[in-house]
Design a protein around this ligand. Sequence first.
Ligand code: BGC
Length: 247
Amino acid sequence: MQGFGVDIGGSGIKGCVVDLDKGELVGERVRVPTPQPAAPEPIYGVVAEIVGRFGWEGRIGVTYPGVMKHGVAFTAANMDKSWIGTDFASGLAAVIPGTVQTLNDADAAGIAEMAYGAGRDERGLVLMLTFGTGIGSALFIDGRLVPNTEFGHIEVDGADGEKAASAAARDREGLSYPQWAKRVDRYLDVLEKSVWPDLIIVGGGVSKKADKWVPLLSTRTRVVPAQLQNDAGIVGAALAAEERIGQ
Ligand code: BGC
């Protein structure tokens, strides 16, 4: 069975047909730089262009890097503030042929990891964290998603958690992996005090270099790198659309 996923990020918008039996992209994905400012109208156009390039007319899952409930964006930590209150699902439905399901980007990545990657067959409380421009979170209880957990914004030492511990903070401040791992460790220490997961899956580009920082963490929870890496958002969005998971 095939599906279609689009992953919207602060720097790129990526889409592809997905093989839902294997959890893999079918052929090459299309990536278009995110228009700046990253406001709704130009992004609708980019999504329509990507979907049109594949001639896809079935159900489509589309991620958004903020709180997404019933098609409406509620936050925009790393996007243009004009997103807040925007009915994304209706806006997209007007420009693309298939039925649209929208969901948070980390929730989509988590859905993919739970179905095809590091979270396969894992029961109990599983927490997926994506380290990128911000920190995204997806929480699963016995495989079922608790949407929009937004753990990137827990308060750590008086500041928004993702500010110091995102992958963008590492780049911005030129931190070595050991230096950055200390920040991640502190962030996880605070997070672990209120959530007691059985497993933490770490995703985002930095998960490719997991051996450089994951062994330095002192978390009480088992931490494993994501397996789908760059494509998790696309794959998870496509699966969410097919199975109507998320909000
Ligand atoms: C947003 C989340 C998002 C994460 C990763 C955070 O700043 O609040 O909704 O999942 O960044 O993009």
